[in-house]
Design a protein around this ligand. Structure first.
Ligand code: ADP
Ligand code: MG
Length: 264
C-alpha cells in the first residue's frame, strides 16, 4: 500500500482532477484505491461520492475524534474499487476546533492509520487530494503519512512555480518526522502545446525540478474534462475518446511504474 499526496498551494492547478481521474484509471487496472479528500471544498467527494457529500454521515472530520479509524470514515464510491473519505465545508471546519497545541494537528491521520493498518493494507494505493493552503492541518497530516507527493503545475500560467518553494519548505519540515516522503514527480497540467508560453513554462518546470522529476505524461487543457467535472464524473467514464482520458490513462501507467522504480 502506497500513500501519495497530490499537493500544491496554488488553487485551480488540477489537484482534484488528477486525484479523481488517477483513482479511476487505477481502479480500472483492478487496483484498490482509497481517496482521502483533504479539501473542505469537497470537490473530489462531489465527483466520487454516490450521494452529495453533505448527506454522508461519515466524513474526514471524524478522524480527529477519539478512537477514530480510517475504516469508520470510508465509504464506497460510485466507481467500483474506489473508497472515499469524504470532505465538505462542515466536516472541514473540524480543523478549527483542534487545539493549537494538540499533537493531532500533525498526527491525527497517523494515529488513525496505525489503529487500522489491516484495513489500510486492503488498498494498493491511497491518494490524498490536498487543500490549496500551506498552513493547513490537513496538508500536515497528509504529508506525515505519505510515501510520495505529486505537485501538479499549471503549464498555462506564468506564475506556475509561485508557491512551490513554500510547499517544499513544508515538505522539508515534514521529512524530519517522515523521512520516507519523496517527490514522485511534478506533473504538467492544463498544458496548451500550441502556445509558445506553454512550451516555455514546461521547460522552466523541467529546469526547476530536474527533468527526471517531471512526469513524462502531460495533461493537456481539454474542455471535455471541465464538462466531466461538471457532470460529477471521471473523464474516461464521461468520454473515452477525449484527449483528457488518454492523458489520465497514461498517467496511471507512469504512476505505477514510477512507484515500482522507487521500490526497486
Ligand atoms: P485544484 O484542485 O488544483 O483547485 P481542479 O482540479 O479543481 O484544480 O481544476 C481547476 C479547474 O480546471 C476546474 O474547473 C477543472 O474542471 C478544470 N480543469 C482541470 N484540469 C483540466 C484540464 N486538463 N483541461 C480543462 N480543464 C481542466
Ligand atoms: Mg481541488
Amino acid at each position: 500500500m502506497y500513500i501519495t499526496s497530490i499537493a500544491n498551494q496554488k488553487g485551480g492547478v488540477g489537484k482534484t482532477t488528477t486525484t479523481t481521474n488517477l483513482s479511476y484509471n487505477l481502479s480500472r487496472r483492478k487496483k484498490k484505491v482509497l481517496v482521502i479528500d483533504c479539501d473542505p471544498q469537497g470537490n473530489a467527494s462531489q465527483t466520487l461520492s454516490k450521494v452529495s457529500p453533505f448527506e454522508l454521515e461519515k466524513n474526514i472530520g471524524m478522524l480527529f475524534s477519539d478512537g477514530a479509524t480510517f475504516s469508520s470514515c470510508a465509504v464506497p464510491c460510485k466507481y467500483e474499487g474506489i473508497h472515499l473519505i469524504p470532505n465538505n465545508l462542515n466536516a472541514g471546519s473540524i480543523t478549527l476546533s483542534v487545539d493549537y497545541n494538540d499533537p493531532m494537528r500533525f498526527i491525527g491521520f497517523r494515529t488513525a492509520l496505525e489503529r487500522d493498518i489491516d484495513f489500510m493494507k486492503t488498498f494498493d494505493y491511497v491518494l490524498i487530494d490536498c487543500p490549496p493552503q500551506i498552513d493547513s492541518l490537513f496538508l500536515n497530516n497528509a504529508l506525515v503519512v505519505s510515501d510520495f507527493y505529486i505537485i501538479p503545475v499549471e503549464a498555462g500560467s506564468a506564475y506556475a512555480l509561485s508557491g512551490v518553494d513554500a510547499l517544499l519548505r513544508v515538505v522539508n519540515k515534514i521529512v524530519a518526522v517522515n523521512p520516507k516522503l519523496k517527490l514522485l514527480g511534478a506533473l504538467l497540467t492544463l498544458l496548451d502545446k500550441r502556445t509558445k508560453a506553454g512550451k516555455i513554462i514546461a521547460n522552466s518546470v523541467k529546469a526547476y525540478f530536474q527533468p527526471e522529476n517531471v512526469f513524462k505524461t502531460q495533461i493537456h487543457r481539454n474542455t471535455v474534462i471541465e464538462r466531466s467535472n461538471i457532470a460529477g464524473r471521471c473523464i474516461c467514464d464521461f468520454d473515452e475518446s477525449a484527449l483528457g482520458c488518454r492523458n489520465y490513462r497514461d498517467l496511471a501507467t507512469e504512476f505505477m511504474d514510477r512507484i515500482e522504480s522507487f521500490n526497486g
